[in-house]
Design a protein around this ligand. Structure first.
Ligand SMILES: *Cc1c(COP(=O)(O)O)cnc(C)c1O
Length: 418
């Protein structure tokens, strides 16, 4: 069973001040989870989580994670700017991008971020853009299928990211010649894994590769970056990952592979996004229409512009009708947004309590890759983001867009007589 992190009474109070729809984040949940991650990897001296900014690019959220000891993982110019503005600097910033423009490498270098190269051809490109830094990382893609105990988790052979195994050797040799002194290895081989075995399985591949690369090239490997991919249970039938078990699984492989190779000083990094934030966000929306045609529809005041995952991936997001938590789910609805796209449905054939107009719905697990993926199709505007503080108060951490924002890039729009 999935329960919201706010009560109906709390939400009633919040919507008396802020109109729906909005994203609401849970500071307490975010902090507790970040502390648990830190504890899970406390056996590793250099451990650091670089929060994937793309998941929830909001300065208030970044500062909360900063207070919990996290850095940021960026992949664009504006994410670098936001990290800098929030006071992340130097080694606190990882730059894991791909298909990277030269000016983005230059800004990353200027901020002293750790650059994680997606391709071997990026060595010359980087050299041209800003020179080769002393500390550098390369992204590995072993190809083929990524499986855990015969279950295929994902398909790295089809992914655009990373270098092949022979390219990793060549890249490390080249970078060493160019003056790099501290090396890192990064890989992201499966997304939203709901199993405690993903990180340990990935770690084994990366640790063995690290030992080989150190032997082949003589470089000093300073860190191994397990990147993102630890998932969350979007559906109520799944068990959440146990981050303490995951950390312990990685520790075992570390003791097995790296320590005997004399590499017991390698720092472990993570670049989690979804795991850090997804469960600690709800999209709060109001039922404004009901429609009885070939199916039963509930129209809400949010749409795919506020949460794209159902439309884009057919993703399941759990829905709670607030104040009706204990009523029987004896109705079957499609819950829709207003876009002129038939895939703008937050739920299809979902069993829910009887919904009346004005009811408030909490759409779960929207804290990561939720607001962030928003767009402006149909001229729809992005919502506000609110933070539920640990003391129970609520603050707005991003206002909703206005028509003025929507037209802002049309130079002189309001001056022209249409
Ligand atoms: C998206 C991304 C992440 C975060 O992934 P999650 O699934 O949110 O954990 C981390 N690193 C890189 C390079 C990414 O592209």
């Amino acid at each position: 069973m999935k329960t919201p992190f706010v009560t109906y009474e709390q939400v009633q109070d919040i919507i008396s001040k802020y109109p729906t729809p909005f994203h609401l984040y849970d500071e307490k949940g975010i902090r507790e989870n970040a502390r648990k991650l830190k504890q899970a990897f406390s056996w590793n001296n250099g451990f650091k989580e670089y929060f994937a900014v793309k998941a929830t690019p909001n300065p208030t959220i970044l500062r909360i994670l900063q207070e919990e000891g996290c850095g940021t993982d960026c992949s664009s110019y504006t994410e670098l700017l936001m990290s800098d503005k929030c006071g992340f600097s130097g080694k606190d910033i990882m730059f894991s991008s791909n298909d990277t423009p030269a000016e983005e490498f230059a800004l990353a270098a200027k901020l002293g971020a750790t650059i994680n190269l997606d391709d071997i051809t990026h060595i010359d490109f980087l050299k041209e853009a800003c020179g080769i830094p002393k500390r550098i990382s390369c992204r590995f893609n072993p190809g083929g299928k990524f499986a855990i105990a015969n279950t295929i988790m994902d398909n790295p052979g089809d992914a655009k990211y990373g270098m092949t195994r022979p390219q990793m050797t060549e890249a490390f040799k080249r970078l060493k010649e160019e003056g790099a002194e501290e090396f890192g290895i990064h890989a992201f081989l499966a997304s939203n894994t709901v199993t405690n075995d993903y990180y340990p399985t990935l770690a084994k591949i990366l640790f063995e590769t690290a030992v080989e690369l150190a032997k082949e090239t003589g470089v000093k490997i300073g860190f191994i970056n397990l990147s993102g991919g630890v998932g969350i249970p979007y559906t109520p039938d799944k068990e959440p990952n146990d981050i303490l078990a995951i950390g312990e699984g990685v520790r075992k492989v570390y003791e097995e592979v790296l320590v005997p190779a004399g590499m017991g000083d390698v720092a472990i990094y993570t670049e989690l996004g979804r795991f850090m934030l997804a469960p600690y966000g709800h999209l709060i929306t109001r039922a404004i229409h009901e429609k009885h045609t070939h199916k039963e529809y509930i129209g809400v005041d949010a749409c795919a512009v506020n949460l794209m995952r159902p439309a884009m991936y057919g993703a399941y997001h759990h829905i709670t009708v607030l104040g009706k938590e204990n009523e029987p789910c004896d109705h079957v609805y499609d819950v829709t947004g207003s876009l002129c796209e038939n895939n703008d449905k937050f739920a299809i054939d979902r069993k829910l309590p009887r919904i009346e107009m004005g009811d408030i719905l909490a759409i779960h697990d929207t804290g990561a890759h939720g607001f962030a993926m928003g767009y402006n199709y149909n001229g729809k505007l992005k919502s506000a983001e609110l933070l539920l503080r640990e003391n129970g108060s609520t603050v707005m951490i991003r206002r909703a867009e206005t028509p003025e924002d929507y037209f802002a890039t049309l130079e002189g729009f309001w001056d022209v007589q249409l």
